[in-house]
Structure formats: structure tokens, C-alpha cells
Design a protein around this ligand. Structure first.
Ligand SMILES: Cc1ncc(COP(=O)(O)O)c(C=O)c1O
Length: 483
């Protein structure tokens, strides 16, 4: 058994493979802007045939296989790294972030137990504390990297339940005298429903509070709902504000909500999955005022911080509740080191990859001011996009400083919500099928609109002009009332 194991291809061949992969990724980055953002639907027959040939019984030719995989990814998928992807917060990753992924995969530290990977755990904690400080949270803030915003929000609900109901860790919802309920705005990210399902409190525990004209949680309605729930013997335990709603970028009134949560004894969570990145900019950070009073905060580095997926962050000043929420001891896990928290016992995951490295490297290599400048630039491009669309006769239907622009065509709105939705869907679909840009449709408080969000740090003024013109062309080709 002295000879190499069958999977050990050696460093030289490994280097050739990685070089080939790097070449393909760099070529993709160079070429992607010249092609369609969403390649036209060509059927998946080729893809299925190719996969049928992959029976894994024979060894493939490495470079050939890499090229085939890349070709499939390029042909069947929306290119979120395209500068004209005006999409769902999926960023073009920075090169620092991509390098971080490579190092994390190659060294493959196991971050479950602190003692297995002190360097990696400390680098993650360093980033988490940096973000906490930028958000104005206490210096004692703890947290963890998550796969994304949904896992971070799940963590927040578990911590909130654990803080509020001492019996929850032992007997779950079974031991509770009243039904727990929590509040988020009707424009919040609806992973809340899945989270309520997973935590055993049930989807009906999520109270979706109507929004005001600017799509922010209506605090008057919130008060009525909390009072009605209390009168009906339900037990409010959490108020989840959103800073940067998914559809329209609204920021709930955080200072007022922080005050109400304190008055009612609720855990105050701020879901800043996307807009939390503005904490890196001194000029934009005041938009998040109130977040410093949060009991927990979600920020996704894989959204506006341009980290490759998945990199969410959950921050909380309640380290004790975090440890109580996820406590676990086993004989086979390495012993705790000097009181340093073991990530497996303070978070949802057990085995844990080094998700924070890509964020650490990007911040260390670019520096916070570069991030601030990028985010401020995106905001200016968003303003330009909104202005240009309004000049072309589109009606803006969201109200935010953040670079997400929702517009509707007045002539389509005149016919009522259902025909307006169908028209906006058709126009957005035509732009996407034309390959010039990726945009989507939403309903903002029920009102159909086209949504365009700046998500790529490669987007320039010419890309903004291109999407405005593509939308104008699609609008002309779809006159309202023409059947
Ligand atoms: C405000 C908000 N919260 C949570 C999420 C969920 O994040 P993820 O998809 O990373 O789990 C999103 C996703 O877009 C979001 O916009």
C-alpha cells in the first residue's frame, strides 16, 4: 500500500486542473458581458444527453469535462455576473471573494470546533465584530456565518424563542401556555413562513403587518395587531423589521420599532440581508439608524457585499442566548478551548466550511473605503436609472434611496391590477428573452411593477442606458389594449 491512492492525482496534475479551471472562470468573466444575460431557452435535450453519458463508471478527461461543465453552465442559466443583471441581489463576486473560496476549499478547515481551526474561527469572528461595530452593535456582539439570510433569520427566531420562553429548549412549543406569534411587514422576505414552520410555531404565527405608502411597516396597524393577539391570548415574542425589503428596498421605521419592541418586551430583529451593506458607508449608514438597538441582525455578504454565495451573517448581543439555543455536547467532539465558543454549539450548522474567508479577504484586500465607494456609486447609478425611466414615461412606484427601482407604465395601470400584471410580465419577459438585460416583475403592496436592482459592481452608465432602451422597445412592441 505504499503507492498513491487512486484519488491522489498529485500536486502537478492538481495544479494543471486548477489552472484550467481558473482559465475558464477568467474567460467567462471576460466574455459574459458580450452575450445574453439569460441565454434563450433552447431546450434541455443536449444537457440531458450529456448527463446520461456521465455514468461515473469511467474516468473522464479533466480539461474536457471542465469545458463541458462550463459550457452547460453558460448555456443553461441566468448570468448573475452579467453587468446587465438587474436582478435579485445575486452579485458579481469580487475576485478576492473567488480567491477566498479557492483557499477555503483547498485547505478545508473544519470550523465546527474552535480547537480544530482557531485561525479560521478567529478570522470569521473578526469580520462579524467588524460588521457589528459598523452597525453600532455592542462590542460584546456574537454571531455566526450562515449559508444565507434565511438561515440567519432562522437563527434569530430560535434565539428569540429561547430568550422569551425558558421551556422552549426542553419541551418546545408543547410546553407553552399560549401560542407564540411574531410580526414582520407584508413586504418582508417570506422565508419567515418556512422558519415558523421549521421552529414548530407554525406558519400562522407569522403576522404580516400592512405597510404604509412607502412600503414600510405601518406601526399603527402593528399596534392594533399586537393588541388583538394579546386579547386573543396569543403570545407576541418577536418583532422582525426589514431594512431593505426584497421587492422595493423599503426600510422599516427602525427607531420607532425598536421603541415599540422594548415597550412590549419583544425580541427586536432587523433583517438587513441586502441593505446591511450600507453600514460600510459613512454617508449612507444613517439610513440604518435604530439597528444598533437590535437584539439580532441579519446581513448577507453574498448580496451587496459581492461575496460568492453563500455567506450570510447573524449578529446578536445575546451570546448567552445563542449558546443556550444551540448547546450540544458529545464525547466525540474535541474539547472546548479556553472558553472560546465552539461554532457547532452556537449555531445551526455542525460541520462548517470557512464561509467567512471570502469576506475577510475582500475586506482586507479592497479595504472598507472601496466598499463604501462602490455602494455609493451603486446608489448614484440607481438614481440615474430611476431618473431615466421616469424621463421615458415610466411611473416609479417605490420610494427608497437604495438602488432598486420599481416602475409601472401608466397606460397599463389604467386597466386594473390583473391586466397590468399580465402586461408588465409580458414586457419584462420580452426584455429577458431578448438577452439585453435581466429584470423581473413584482407586486408592491399588490401593485404590479417591473423591478430593476443594481447588483453587479461591473454595471456602468452604458448598462443603465441599455436596459432603459430595451424596456422602451419592449413597451412599444406591446401597445396596451392590442390583443
Ligand atoms: C430581506 C431579505 N431577507 C432574507 C433573504 C433570504 O436570503 P438568502 O436567500 O440568502 O437565504 C432575502 C433574499 O433575497 C432578502 O431579500
Amino acid at each position: 500500500m505504499d503507492e498513491k491512492g487512486p484519488l491522489d492525482i498529485g500536486e502537478d496534475e492538481g495544479a494543471r486542473l486548477l489552472t484550467a479551471a481558473v482559465d475558464l472562470v477568467v474567460r467567462h468573466a471576460k466574455d459574459v458581458a458580450g452575450g445574453p444575460v439569460a441565454p434563450p431557452e433552447t431546450g434541455t435535450a443536449w444537457l440531458r444527453d450529456w448527463l446520461a453519458g456521465q455514468d461515473f463508471e469511467t474516468a473522464g478527461r479533466p480539461e474536457h469535462t471542465l469545458r463541458e461543465v462550463m459550457a452547460a453552465l453558460r448555456r443553461w442559466g441566468v448570468h448573475t455576473t452579467h453587468p446587465r443583471y438587474f436582478g435579485l441581489f445575486n452579485p458579481t463576486p469580487t475576485w478576492w471573494g473567488v480567491a477566498g473560496e479557492l483557499l477555503a476549499a483547498g485547505v478545508n478547515p473544519q470550523l465546527a470546533a474552535y480547537s480544530h481551526a482557531p485561525a479560521a474561527v478567529e478570522m470569521e469572528r473578526h469580520v462579524l465584530r467588524f460588521m457589528a461595530a459598523r452597525l453600532g452593535l455592542p462590542a460584546t456582539t456574537e454571531g455566526s456565518f450562515t449559508v444565507g439570510g434565511a438561515e440567519a433569520n432562522l437563527t434569530a427566531v430560535i434565539v428569540a424563542l429561547t430568550r422569551r420562553f425558558p421551556s422552549y429548549p426542553g419541551t418546545g412549543t408543547y410546553g407553552l401556555p399560549r401560542r407564540p406569534v411574531f410580526y414582520a411587514s407584508a413586504e418582508s422576505h417570506l422565508a419567515w413562513l418556512k422558519i415558523a414552520h421549521m421552529t414548530g410555531i407554525g406558519r400562522e404565527a407569522v403576522r404580516l403587518v400592512p405597510v404604509d405608502a412607502a412600503h414600510r411597516m405601518d406601526t399603527g396597524r402593528l399596534r392594533e395587531m399586537v393588541e388583538a393577539d394579546r386579547a386573543a391570548d396569543r403570545d407576541p415574542f418577536l418583532l422582525a423589521a426589514t431594512a431593505g425589503t426584497t421587492a422595493g428596498g423599503a426600510v422599516d421605521p427602525l427607531p420607532e420599532l425598536a421603541g415599540l419592541a422594548a415597550e412590549w418586551g419583544l425580541h427586536f430583529h432587523v433583517d438587513a440581508a441586502w441593505a446591511g451593506a450600507i453600514a460600510l458607508s459613512d454617508s449612507l449608514r444613517p439610513l440604518l439608524a435604530g439597528v444598533e438597538r437590535a437584539d439580532s441582525v441579519t446581513v448577507d455578504a453574498h448580496k451587496w457585499m459581492s461575496a460568492p454565495m453563500g455567506a450570510g451573517m447573524l449578529l446578536t448581543p445575546h451570546g448567552t442566548a445563542l449558546a443556550e439555543s444551540f448547546r450540544a455536547t458529545t464525547s466525540y467532539m474535541p474539547a472546548e478551548t479556553d472558553g472560546a465558543p465552539d461554532p457547532y454549539a452556537t449555531s445551526v450548522q455542525w460541520s462548517r466550511r470557512f464561509a467567512g474567508l471570502k469576506v475577510f479577504l475582500a475586506l482586507a484586500m479592497a479595504g472598507r473605503p472601496a466598499y463604501a465607494a462602490q455602494i455609493e456609486r451603486d446608489v448614484r447609478l440607481g438614481e440615474l436609472l430611476a431618473r431615466r425611466l421616469q424621463e421615458e414615461g415610466w411611473r416609479r412606484v417605490n420610494d427608497t434611496v437604495l438602488p432598486v427601482v420599481c416602475v409601472a407604465a401608466p397606460e397599463a395601470e389604467a386597466g386594473g391590477a390583473e391586466s397590468s400584471a399580465a402586461w408588465h410580465d409580458a414586457v419584462a419577459d420580452e426584455v429577458v428573452r431578448g438577452g439585453q438585460a435581466w429584470i423581473s416583475t413584482v407586486r408592491l403592496a399588490g401593485r404590479p411593477a417591473i423591478r430593476l436592482c443594481l447588483t453587479s459592481h461591473r454595471t456602468r452608465v452604458e448598462d443603465v442606458e441599455a436596459v432603459v432602451s430595451a424596456l422602451g422597445d419592449a413597451r412599444k412592441r406591446n401597445p396596451v389594449g392590442y390583443a
